[in-house]
Design a protein around this ligand. Structure first.
Ligand code: CU
Length: 505
C-alpha cells in the first residue's frame, strides 16, 4: 500500500484484465451493467432472473458447507450509558458492552444468533468477511427486512472459514456508535504456534461527546462545503486526507487512552494479536513499542509470514500478527492516520513504569507492510485463470457535495435491489476499483474473499483504495445471492457509496 511500484503493478493488471463489458461512467446514460427491477412498496424489489436470498441455489450452497453442530448466541442492541474508562457516554451497544460480547466458534459450526432490537431505530446484523448464506448477510431491503424496534431476528449460518471477523449493524451510521463485536472462527487444524492471544478492536469515537453519528452525517450532507469537516492532515499511506470527521477520542477495546486495557503475559512468550478496525472514518497505523510484528493473516485469511514494524488498517480490515514479547511494559499505539490522536493499550510482561498515552514508538515510522508484499498461503491462493467478466467500478463523489457512489450513481439500501450488477455462478470476476476522488476508500465486498491485484494476491474482503489510485480485485463467483459492494467509511456508504452484485439464475 506504500509503494509506487504497486501502483504501476496494479495499473498493468487493469490493462491486462481481458474482455468483458465496461460499466458506463456517465450517470445520465443507462448503464448496461445494471439490472433495473421493479420495487415493491415496503419490501425488497422484485428481481426477476436473479437468485433470491433464500432461493434454492443459496440453500444448496449452504448444504455444501456441510453444516456442523449448532451454537446459539443472543445479543441485545440497547441504548444506555457506557463507561469508556473515566468518561461515561450515552450510546448504543450490544448488551451494554463495547466491544459487544464476542462470538467464538469452530470452522464448520452453525451460528444461530438471535438479535433483540431495543434501539429506537430499525437495525440488522452483518457478519463482516464471512462467506455465508445470503439471507443471513444482514443487508436491509436486500437480504432481509429491517428488524423493527422491539422485534427479534435470528441469523443462522455455517461459519465455513476460520479467521478473525466481526459483526455490526448494516443500518444507517449505527456502527459509528458502540454497536460492534468480534467473531472468531477457530481452525480445528490450527498450525500456528503461540502462547497467548489478544483481540484488539480499534474505534474512532464521537457519540455522546460531540453529538451523534446521525448529527454528523446530517452536517456532512448539509449543503456545499459542509462536507469539509476533516482536514486534520494528509496521510502519505492513504495518499491524501485521512478522513472527513474530526473525532474527539480513539478507543482500544472500548477504552480511552488515559485508562487503557493492559494485556499481561510472560516475557519470552509468543502473542497472537488479532487487530480489528471498527472505526467509522479512521484508518489506524498500529505498532507495539520495541517489537517487530509478523503478519500471519489479513481479513481472516492466511498469508506467508512477513515481518513488519507497523500495519495500517482501513475501516473493516483485520490483521493477525505474532509478537515475541520482551521483558517490560510496552505501548500498543494505533495512530489515527492523517488525524490527530491515537488509541492506546499496554502489554506488560515485567515490572516497570507504564509508558504514557502520548508515547509514539519509533516502529510507527518504520516499515509498513503493503498489499504487494503479502503472499497468500498456498491453501488459499486462487488458481490462475483469466477473468470471465471484468467490471469497472469507478469510485466517484467528493466532500463538497457529500454525495458518493460507484460509476456516478449514489444508492441507498432500499434502492440496491433495483440496480443489481449481474454476475453468474462459476465465473471468475475481476472488479476494477478506480478511484477518481481526492479521498481514499476502504472497499468491502460481502460474501466473498477476493484476491488483491491479481489471482496471486492476498485474500481479503476489504481493500484500501488510495487517493486517485486503482486496485483490481479478483474472485470466484461461488456464493449465490445478492451481495453488497460498498465503502466501509460509514459516512460515504450512507451517502451513496454502495452497489450490489446479483447472481443470475
Ligand atoms: Cu469511501
Amino acid at each position: 500500500m506504500t509503494s509506487t511500484s504497486r501502483r504501476t503493478l496494479l495499473r498493468a493488471g487493469l490493462v491486462a484484465g481481458g474482455a468483458g463489458f465496461l460499466a458506463a461512467c456517465d450517470p445520465s446514460r443507462p448503464d448496461p451493467a445494471i439490472h433495473h427491477g421493479s420495487a415493491s412498496p415496503g419490501g425488497p424489489a422484485i428481481s426477476d432472473g436473479f437468485v433470491a436470498p433464500d432461493g434454492a441455489e443459496v440453500r444448496a450452497a449452504e448444504a455444501a458447507r456441510k453444516p456442523g453442530r449448532a451454537r446459539s448466541f443472543r445479543m441485545t442492541a440497547t441504548a444506555g450509558p457506557i463507561d469508556l474508562g473515566g468518561r461515561t457516554v450515552n450510546t448504543w451497544s450490544f448488551d451494554g458492552r463495547i466491544p459487544g460480547p464476542p462470538i467464538r466458534v469452530s470452522a464448520g459450526e452453525v451460528v444461530r444468533a438471535t438479535l433483540t432490537n431495543r434501539l429506537p431505530a430499525e437495525t440488522t446484523l452483518h457478519w463482516h468477511g464471512l462467506a455465508l448464506r445470503n439471507n443471513a448477510d444482514g443487508v436491509p431491503h436486500l437480504t432481509q427486512p429491517p428488524v423493527a424496534p422491539g422485534a427479534e431476528f435470528t441469523y443462522e449460518f455455517t461459519a465455513a472459514h476460520p479467521g478473525t471477523y466481526w459483526f455490526h449493524p448494516h443500518a444507517g451510521v449505527q456502527l459509528d456508535r458502540g454497536l460492534y463485536a468480534v467473531m472468531i472462527v477457530d481452525d480445528p487444524r490450527e498450525t500456528l504456534q503461540y502462547d497467548d492471544e489478544w483481540t484488539v478492536v480499534l474505534d474512532d469515537w464521537l457519540d455522546g461527546v460531540a453529538g451523534t453519528p446521525d448529527a454528523m452525517l446530517a452536517k456532512l450532507q448539509d449543503g456545499p462545503g459542509h462536507g469539509e469537516q476533516g482536514g486534520e492532515g494528509d496521510s502519505e499511506v492513504l495518499g491524501g486526507p485521512g478522513g472527513d470527521v474530526v473525532y474527539p477520542h480513539y478507543l482500544l477495546n472500548g477504552r480511552l487512552p488515559a485508562n487503557p486495557e493492559t494485556f499481561r503475559a510472560r516475557p519470552g512468550s509468543r502473542l497472537r494479536l488479532r487487530l480489528v478496525n471498527a472505526g467509522g472514518d479512521t484508518a489506524f497505523r498500529v505498532a507495539l513499542g520495541g517489537h517487530q510484528l509478523t503478519v500471519t493473516h489479513t481479513d481472516g485469511f492466511p498469508v506467508k509470514p512477513v515481518k513488519t514494524d507497523a500495519v495500517v488498517l482501513g475501516m473493516g480490515e483485520r490483521y493477525d500478527v505474532l509478537v515475541d514479547l520482551k521483558d517490560g511494559v510496552f505501548p500498543l499505539v494505533a495512530l489515527a492516520e492523517g488525524k490527530k490522536g491515537a488509541a492506546f493499550g499496554l502489554v506488560r510482561t515485567g515490572t516497570g513504569t507504564a509508558p504514557k498515552p502520548k508515547v509514539r514508538p519509533a516502529a510507527l515510522n518504520g516499515r509498513i507492510v503493503g498489499y504487494d508484499e503479502l503472499v497468500p498461503a498456498e491453501a488459499v491462493r486462487l488458481d490462475d485463470r483469466e477473468p470471465d467478466q471484468v467490471i469497472q467500478m469507478e469510485l466517484t463523489g467528493g466532500t463538497t457535495s457529500y454525495s458518493w457512489g460507484f460509476n456516478g450513481r449514489p444508492l441507498t439500501h432500499d434502492k440496491l435491489a433495483e440496480h443489481l450488477v449481474p454476475i453468474q455462478a462459476g465465473q471468475r470476476i475481476q472488479l476494477d476499483l478506480i478511484n477518481s476522488a481526492h479521498m481514499w476508500h476502504p472497499v468491502h465486498l460481502h460474501g466473498h474473499t477476493f484476491a488483491v491485484g491479481s489471482s496471486s494476491g492476498p485474500r481479503k474482503d476489504t481493500v484500501n483504495v488510495r487517493v486517485e489510485d486503482s486496485v483490481s480485485i479478483v474472485f470466484d463467483a461461488d456464493n449465490p445471492g445478492l451481495w453488497v459492494l460498498h465503502c466501509h467509511n460509514i459516512y460515504h456508504a450512507e451517502s451513496g457509496m454502495m452497489a450490489a452484485l446479483g447472481y443470475r439464475r
